[in-house]
Design a protein around this ligand. Structure first.
Ligand SMILES: Cc1cc2nc3c(=O)[nH]c(=O)nc-3n(C[C@H](O)[C@H](O)[C@H](O)COP(=O)(O)OP(=O)(O)OC[C@H]3O[C@@H](n4cnc5c(N)ncnc54)[C@H](O)[C@@H]3O)c2cc1C
Length: 425
């Protein structure tokens, strides 16, 4: 099906208009091959949740939500699953759980596509947990000219490590294979009022207090307002009694009403399946309303406390535009364009009110505060760093450029964002 209709005129937040000339909804890989073979410029949009122009093109835009086969294929050893690349986590996770399987982690929401999340190294939190792209065991692409290419972690070495987090610059990902594990439960405990000094002194203990820990400061109070500690449980097992005190923060029976306007919260202190408790947005929650902007910077874990102190020092300047911040930890990996390439990182995420004028005024202040700590931005979020500053944070960007030029010499998949941030640097 080909249509240039009302779909995909803009991204989720409405901040970035899409210029696409045509929108296609291919149902087969052969159809993807035909579209790509005849196209000058192609881009895939997942759920359109990136805050910048990553998924935009002035040529042919593909949405893969109808791509066959619809079935999720489970490997005989039950350690991997394969599926068509248009699937969202909302579609994948309940099916995995029903089959007794699970992913190691999720992002804060499930509305996004797996391929879109993988392409931008989307992540959740957890000292031992890599970003969502690290779950990829293999992928299939339609490359420029319409050829089909399959890449596997076990057999394709550098080409695989370069192709997983790719901003769609190498081709249309039509199928993904992810590592999975037996299903599990999660219980989430919420603490209020973690004093800043306690965070600075016990940072590793705080982020290590659970399987996945998120801290939510607004930078306007003498403490981190809220800390969410998620523990992993064997299905059906009782949750251990949580300590009433976490380095000075107090255990809560519910979420904090003061932060309620920012996130729809998952249940507190009530065990549930991993895919209901790891994301912050409840299933089918109205998180699909784009009334916010987001920025996020990753710093090497060794700089975590100093970087957080530096942002806290400019906290008063953020008042008026900041909704909330989320501090998360991500384990290091070997994917070339991953912000966690080569070592563990701490992610400092900003939920802004939808006020680009105000946000773009404070971003340089945030970036200046973080500059001594080698920050790299989230590929799918908003920042004001220069292409050179961004490139400096990705040691394999030159290798990626060579790979992209080899696989796509005419730049069929090189939209403005890919050129600016990866190819023309
Ligand atoms: C409310 C909200 C909450 C968020 N929470 C988190 C979070 O917890 N953690 C985090 O890290 N990020 C988070 N993000 C950012 C988001 O996860 C990323 O921007 C992610 O890339 C969005 O996925 P998508 O399916 O919308 O992809 P899109 O934004 O549509 O696309 C992203 C990129 O992937 C490419 N792409 C998509 N599919 C394919 C394909 N099949 N083949 C080739 N290229 C493809 C696109 O061309 C584009 O370059 C959040 C965003 C929002 C709006």
């Amino acid at each position: 099906m080909t249509a240039t209709d009302g779909r995909w005129r803009q991204n989720w937040s409405g901040h970035t208009p899409f210029r696409r000339a045509r929108v296609h909804e291919p149902t087969t890989v052969a159809e993807v091959q035909r579209i790509v073979a005849g196209a000058r410029q192609v881009k895939v949009v997942g759920a359109g949740h990136s805050f910048n122009g990553l998924a935009d093109t002035d040529g042919d835009l593909l949405w893969l939500g109808r791509l066959a086969p619809a079935a999720i294929e489970i490997a005989a050893d039950r350690r991997a699953v394969s599926f068509s690349a248009g699937l969202t986590y909302d579609q994948l996770c309940p099916a995995l759980h029903a089959a007794g399987l699970a992913l190691a982690n999720t992002a804060s929401l499930r509305h996004i596509t797996v391929a879109g999340a993988v392409a931008t190294a989307t992540h959740g939190s957890g000292d031992q947990l890599g970003n969502l792209a690290t779950a990829v065991a293999g992928l299939e692409l339609v490359t420029a000219g319409g050829e089909r290419v399959a890449l596997h972690r076990d057999t394709d070495g550098d080409r695989f490590l370069g192709a997983v987090v790719s901003l769609g610059a190498l081709g249309v990902v039509t199928r993904l294979t992810l590592h999975v594990e037996p299903t599990y439960d999660v219980v989430q405990h919420v603490y209020a009022g973690l004093p800043w000094d306690a965070l600075y002194e016990y940072f590793d203990d705080v982020t290590g207090a659970g399987y996945s820990v998120s801290l939510f400061p607004t930078w306007q109070q003498p403490a981190v307002e809220s800390v969410w500690v998620k523990h992993r449980l064997t299905p059906g097992a009782a949750a251990p009694e949580p300590p009433a005190d976490l380095f000075g923060a107090r255990l809560q029976a519910t979420h904090l009403p003061t932060l309620q306007n920012d996130r729809v919260r998952t249940a507190v202190s009530e065990p549930g399946p991993w895919h209901h408790r790891l994301p912050h947005f409840a299933l089918n929650a109205p998180g699909a309303v784009g009334n916010e902007l987001q920025s996020e910077y990753f710093v090497p874990r060794r700089h975590a406390v100093d970087a957080i102190r530096a942002v806290a020092a400019i906290g008063p300047e953020l008042a008026g535009v900041i909704g909330v911040t989320e501090l998360r930890t991500v384990a290091g990996d070997d994917l070339w364009l991953s912000p966690a390439y080569g070592g563990d990182v701490v992610a400092i995420h900003f939920n802004w009110w939808k006020d680009w004028a105000g946000v773009s005024a404070v971003l340089p202040r945030v970036e200046a505060a973080l500059a001594p700590f080698d920050p790299v931005p989230h590929w799918g979020k908003l920042h004001t760093l220069t292409p050179g500053q961004v490139a400096a944070g990705f040691p394999r960007i030159g290798d990626f450029r060579r790979l992209a030029t080899e696989v796509d010499p005419a730049g069929v998949f090189a939209n403005g964002a890919v050129r600016t941030w990866l190819l023309d640097v």
